[in-house]
Design a protein around this ligand. Sequence first.
Ligand code: PGA
Length: 252
Amino acid sequence: MRKKIVAGNWKMNKTFKESKVLVKELTKSIKAIPLDNTRVIIAPPFTNLQKASKKTKDTAIEVSAQNMHQAENGAFTGEISAEMLKSIYVDIVILGHSERRAYFGETDELLAKKVNTALKHGLEIIFCFGEVLEDRKSGNHFKVVEEQIKNALFHLDSESWNKIILAYEPVWAIGTGETASPEQAQEMHAFIRELVAERYLSDVAEEVSILYGGSVKPANAKDIFSKEDVDGGLIGGAALNADDFIALVEAI
Ligand code: PGA
């Protein structure tokens, strides 16, 4: 049975000290929640990653990086490699976030390389994709999402898909307070699962968790998470507050 996942993307928020406080609150609160088939992941910024990784070691919370470089190592000032992440016991990385695509010029081609490097090092990937508002308005959203997934992931063999978590994040819903309706999310998630089923065996499609991201909050999470093909959420703003994030875990 595929896993339910609530993942918090902290983006460029939280100092070292603030991060310690939030991790402490989360590890304490999570103990009271039955998590049967649910994974809880947090993605703090690089400066807080090692500490968060250490502090969550014996808890139900897993730690992810927000990005990594595609090269093994070398003269890439300011960048972080897959091996560096593994060396601090971080086994998950977010790739393809729309902010990386829009502000740092990450293309499908580059992301395919990052995906390969991450998998080579045994990292699990939360792979993000999603259309901008103009694509949605012009009815192009299915095509755009299909291309993003195909270009970065469809060269992989079936086995590699054990390490892939998909995150559909319509760009027009990220940090805007505007959420896709549960029906819009379900429609896209079902489309994505079908796409994976056509390219791979249906077990691959049935097993892959597909998260929704974009202004998910305690007030709207239950409706979105209740949809058949929505296996959880990638949460930005609401992941920065322990009570909100825990409420989202409870909503799944
Ligand atoms: P948001 O961000 O929840 O603040 O909209 C989601 C994301 O970018 O992952």
